[in-house]
Design a protein. Structure first.
Length: 327
């Protein structure tokens, strides 16, 4: 039986890179196969220093509202808040006893994050172990993620293996499912991926941006000194990124979209892509606003999801503590 698990950090409203890279594939899996569990991973969100409780609380709500606005249906999918299910932390501890420091030191995200910090919190190091606990608690088989997460899912496979060898067959080996989707790049530095962590907000389009803001951001998008529209991702990353975004929204290929718009100049094309994105996000914008107006429904939905997740997690954990010898 295929069981899907994935997670997303509550970093506020997602951008269109998150939407096409992660959220849309989740919605498609939910509607085609079902059996999807999604977690807003707030415990992961506190690993990097500097966060503020008030902001985190708001970000958690906005992420739930965004996921529902994008088409995650809490009746079909178990959508829950990681910190509300304490077994994530408990299983994380047990799994941490099965891996080694050198194994975690090899992970690329650890290298990146620890190099960027002068004092590195322990949570940044054990982050992928908690991520493994997220996946194994639900005995997930498929984990849809962007390619930056593949190494973490490989750790989850290894730890499932190690646990099964030492304590007896318990967990399926989860496999990463990475879409063939072209990564959406930053509008300001189009060789980098679109990212929450880039300081300049004009570098990304959030899924709830107003039509005016979307138009403004596209107008300011970095292109080059050629005004023709051609899809050449290596030589013309800026224009090619606009074409990729257009293709994602039009459900087409960049090659085709490039040819279809070759008669426009860059300014005309920026305004066209802005209109496509404004139309493509209209429903999400509306639904998001509706969710944020109805906090009571939102809170209730989160509670119900938490209860469903907790039930599964507690069942798995019971099995785990028997195997480990705690009982
Ligand atoms: P996070 O919150 O950084 O991102 C959520 C998902 O979005 C993908 N993604 C992208 N895909 C394409 N283009 C982009 N520009 C882009 N930006 C982000 C990410 O690859 C990810 O799939 N550690 C995870 C959260 C997590 C998790 C889990 C995932 C915690 N526990 C268990 C799977 C299973 C993270 O930080 O994702």
């Amino acid at each position: 039986l295929r069981k899907v698990f994935s997670g997303i950090q509550p970093t506020g409203v997602p951008h269109i890179g998150n939407y096409y890279g992660a959220i849309k594939p989740w919605v498609e899996m939910q509607d085609s196969h079902g059996n999807v569990i999604l977690s807003v991973v707030d415990m992961h969100a506190i690993t990097m220093p500097g966060g503020e409780p008030k902001k985190l609380r708001q970000n958690i709500q906005e992420m739930f509202a965004s996921l529902i606005a994008c088409g995650i249906d809490p009746e079909k999918t178990i959508l829950f808040q990681q910190s509300a299910v304490s077994k994530h932390a408990e299983l994380g501890w047990i799994l941490g006893c099965l891996t080694t420091m050198p194994r975690l030191q090899h992970l690329p995200q650890w290298k990146q994050k620890s190099e960027a910090l002068s004092e590195v919190p322990l949570g940044v190091f054990t982050y992928p172990v908690l991520q493994t606990a997220d996946i194994l608690l639900y005995k997930a088989t498929d984990v849809p993620v962007g390619d930056d997460q593949v190494k973490h899912i490989e750790l989850a496979r290894d730890l499932a293996n190690l646990f099964n060898k030492k304590y007896g067959e318990t967990f399926p080996k989860p496999k990463p499912v990475v879409g063939s989707f072209n990564r959406i790049k930053s509008l300001r530095s189009p060789t980098n991926k679109m990212s929450k962590s880039e300081k300049d907000a004009k570098s990304r389009i959030d899924i709830t941006d107003s039509p005016e803001v979307i138009r403004e951001k596209f107008k300011k998008a970095i292109t080059d000194f050629t005004s023709k529209i051609t899809y050449e991702p290596t030589d013309r990353p800026g224009v090619s990124n606009l074409i990729s975004i257009h293709a994602a929204f039009a459900n087409s290929t960049p090659q085709k979209i490039g040819e279809e718009n070759s008669h426009l100049d860059t300014l005309q094309y920026k305004l066209l892509v802005a209109d496509v994105v404004i139309a493509g996000t209209a429903k999400i914008r509306e639904k998001f606003a509706e969710m944020m107006r109805n906090k009571e429904y939102l809170e209730q939905t989160i509670q119900l999801g938490n209860d469903k997740a907790r039930q599964i997690a507690e069942e798995t954990y019971k099995e785990v503590i028997h195997r480990v010898g705690f009982v």
